[in-house]
Write a new protein. Sequence first.
Length: 155
Amino acid sequence: MSYSGSQAFAPIGSELEIEIPVGSPAVLTFTPIAEIQTIQRSGSKSDLVDVTNMQSTGGYREFLATLRDAGDVSFSGNYIPNDASQQALQTLFDGATLVACKIVLPPAGTYTVSLGTWTFNAYVQSNDYDLPHDKEGKISGKLKITGKPTFTAGS
């Protein structure tokens, strides 16, 4: 097997999108959250129960996977006070509203549209602001994924 080079990509151009009402009459539309700088999905895990019994061999524990938790998506970026997408995060948080979300990867290599898209439902678990006197205003938050996320490969 020969090495053909790394397939790593620079994620600049990725978008974190939430489905919010746009226009009048309102139509639900996936809208990128403005000026996001970092997107991190973490915390995926599977619950395991110990099923070790008298017939278990070699003195090793045996486990059975039960429920899975898809984890969450943390984000941070520049705070834009009058931006509708950032304001929607607070509205969704206040209403404890389940919202459809996407992480859209940028095009790279031979992919002309996108490397792929993660689609999932989530609640806005936290929505935070940092307003220091000597730096730019920042927004950060966490989306708690509920149910199974789906990855669609790019084209």
